[in-house]
Design a protein around this ligand. Structure first.
Ligand SMILES: Nc1ncnc2c1ncn2[C@@H]1O[C@H](COP(=O)(O)OP(=O)(O)O)[C@@H](O)[C@H]1O
Ligand SMILES: [Mg+2]
Length: 620
């Protein structure tokens, strides 16, 4: 066996394998260098998905001839310096770069040219690296007073195997744009411009320092909608500051792509932070929905190790529980403070469904008459809570007085026994006065300046859930004994998992015990749920426990079970409600935290302002 020292060029190519995964990683490294050099404006161009050419130009401090020669050498950096004791401190890093690896790595797998002019110097220089071979710097022209232009051609030409892994140029373009957006969110005071194949794709002017500038940048990058539906956070605890914006639960997404997390200005994809974000919203979002947020954690650099990942995308906290606790605490606080506010886009989308111009594509006179005839239901979009609100004109339903025969009364869930004084003039309440129930599922209420449509099942589910949590926190969940204990058949593993949790479930008001190999016997259920489908409830909880088995901490798991229970205890769609019940539900919603959305993040109500309705009818 022969042990060899590898040639430097090969070492660089090996490092490039980690640092330069795809064109977007080149863009990321070059933007970081520009920012570290104090750039106020960064111009990015990419052609052929970045594989043909990438250019990143900045107006930072620039480099001189000698620095250019050093910059392309491995482990050469201006960002680490020995302290008074001659030691290097890897824990006090306040720059984005520090490894001295990006430029030599890029130069080993592509044709790299850096043209730069150092601040205060007369001339500019250029240096070239091709597949690891360097030439001496030569005098060159430079457009500005100082800065650097880094051009990368034929990326991966020196490592054809890597080229094979590249996705389509379009996919690489998207990854590049994403990298620029991410960095632009972190540095709102710097202007970013991105051209893809000569087309201007992003134009982000420099914003003012401070939270307003940051919000303006967020709106420019993620859209006005996000900014309009975001809660502002700013909290400091034990030397860690969490600032930023998180969207209302009703503005959730199908994927985690709208989550931007920064630690000391560095974009990170950190499992711990993502988990904390998830946990903070666990109460208000279904498991397949993802919160949207732009969050900045700032802390003393010694409390976080950034040197744990070659592309610096992950970090390690000295006290992970502290960071996690801060995120969960601050977000929950902000979400609770948002009260029953639901995403503003919800009402807007509802209006969109009402508007004639939202008829399906190609809707013509024929389509319109089909619509009139009731043959067309509004597209539901991704808001399941709106499914039942159809644009189809229904025969006018009489107000509740007429539509609810006295004999139709159904045993009410215990919630409705709660004393809620209903004023004569209820229109002054935020959710107004109940006027009618439509389709046995929606409550229509009149407010001072508009109408509110409430999804009764979603709203009640949230109320039951909050009630259960309150009871649980006090350690006094009221139970009701079943007249006849019920046997629920499950598979043996499920039954075992449930019984292993029997104590926790009992604390939630659900008493069960093993009953042979594949069944449990249920004796008591939480009183809050009223009369409930015991078997369905137990099966859903078994599913919860199966899915969440290992990773969730106990509290979160219980919250999940609570949420499942609440869903079972809610007034199902289809139940007729009395006028007083409807008003009681509205008043309770106003008094309940987070009542703007059900436990799955669907809105519980939409509000249409009179002004909007007038606009619908062309009165404005
Ligand atoms: N755009 C730039 N403007 C000024 N100096 C730069 C620029 N890009 C790179 N440099 C210099 O080149 C050095 C090496 O860059 P790099 O290989 O990315 O390593 P690192 O950023 O980790 O130091 C940097 O430390 C910096 O001094
Ligand atoms: Mg760098």
């Amino acid at each position: 066996m022969t042990i060899r020292r590898l040639p430097p060029d090969l070492i660089n190519r090996i490092a490039a394998g980690e640092v330069v995964e795809r064109p977007a990683s080149v863009v990321k490294e070059l933007m970081e260098n520009a920012l570290d050099a104090g750039a106020r404006r960064i111009e990015i161009q990419a052609e052929g998905g970045g594989l043909a050419r990438i250019l990143v130009a900045d107006d930072g401090g620039g480099l001189g001839a000698e620095e250019l020669t050093l910059a392309i050498q491995r482990h050469a950096t201006s960002k680490l310096a020995p302290g008074p004791d001659g030691d290097y401190d890897l824990l006090r890093i306040d720059t984005l770069g520090f490894r001295g690896e990006a430029l030599p790595s890029i130069g080993s797998v592509a044709r790299l040219t850096i043209t730069a002019r150092a601040r205060g110097s007369e001339g500019a220089f250029a240096i070239m690296v091709e597949g690891g071979a360097t030439a001496a710097p030569i005098p060159a022209g430079f457009p500005g007073p100082h800065g650097a232009r880094v051009e990368v051609r034929d990326l991966f030409y020196a490592t054809p195997a890597r080229l094979k892994f590249m996705k389509s140029a379009r996919a690489e373009d998207m990854a590049i744009a994403e990298a620029v957006k991410r960095q632009a969110l972190a540095d709102a005071t710097v202007a970013f411009h991105l051209d893809l194949d000569g087309r201007r794709t992003l134009r982000l002017p420099a914003e003012a320092e401070g939270p307003e500038g940051r919000l303006a940048r967020i709106a420019a990058v993620l859209g006005r909608d996000f900014a309009d539906n975001a809660l502002t956070l700013d909290q400091t605890r034990d030397g860690i500051r969490l600032a930023g914006h998180a969207a209302l639960p009703t503005y959730s997404r199908g994927g985690a792509s709208h989550q931007y997390l920064f630690v000391n200005g560095r974009a990170v994809r950190d499992r711990l932070l993502q988990g904390a974000l998830r946990a903070a919203y666990a109460d208000v979002l279904a498991r397949d929905r993802h919160p949207a947020a732009v969050l900045f954690l700032d802390l003393d650099p010694v409390l976080v190790d950034v040197n744990v990942h070659p592309a610096k995308a992950e970090v390690r906290f000295r006290d992970p529980a502290l960071a996690r606790g801060l995120i969960i605490g601050a977000l929950r606080h902000a979400l609770a403070g948002a009260g029953h506010r639901a995403s503003s886009t919800v009402g807007g989308q509802a209006l969109g469904h009402f508007r004639p111009e939202s008829l399906p594509q190609g809707a013509s006179a024929a389509g319109f008459s089909a619509w009139r005839a009731g043959g067309w239901t509004a597209p539901s979009g991704d808001l399941p809570g709106l499914n039942g609100v159809s644009a189809r004109p229904e025969p006018w339903e009489a107000p509740w007085q007429a539509s609810v025969p006295a004999t139709h009364a159904v045993p009410t869930a215990p919630f409705f026994h709660t004393e809620v004084r209903v004023e004569a003039e209820t229109a002054d309440f935020p959710l107004g006065a109940a006027r009618a129930q439509l389709h046995g599922a929606y409550i229509v209420a009149q407010t001072r300046d508009g109408i509110v449509i409430v999804d009764q099942h979603a709203a009640h589910e949230r109320l039951v859930y909050e009630d259960m949590k309150a009871q649980m926190a006090k350690g006094e969940v009221t139970r009701q004994a079943l007249l006849l204990p019920e046997v629920v058949e499950l598979d043996p593993a499920e039954a075992e998992r449930l019984c292993a949790r029997a104590d926790d479930l009992a604390a939630l008001g659900l008493s069960l015990e093993p009953f042979g190999a594949g069944a449990v016997l249920v004796r008591e259920t939480p009183a809050l749920l009223g009369e409930t489908d015991v078997a369905g409830l137990v099966r859903d909880i078994a599913d919860d426990l199966a899915e969440n088995d290992a990773p969730l901490i106990l509290g979160e798991r219980l919250a999940q079970v609570c949420s499942t229970m609440a869903c079972h205890g809610s007034v199902r769609a289809g139940r007729r409600l009395q006028a007083a019940e409807m008003d009681a539900l509205l008043r309770a919603m106003e008094a309940t935290p987070l009542s703007g959305q059900c436990n799955h993040g669907r809105p519980t109500y939409v509000e249409l302002k009179l002004a909007d309705i007038e606009r619908l009818f062309g009165r404005r």
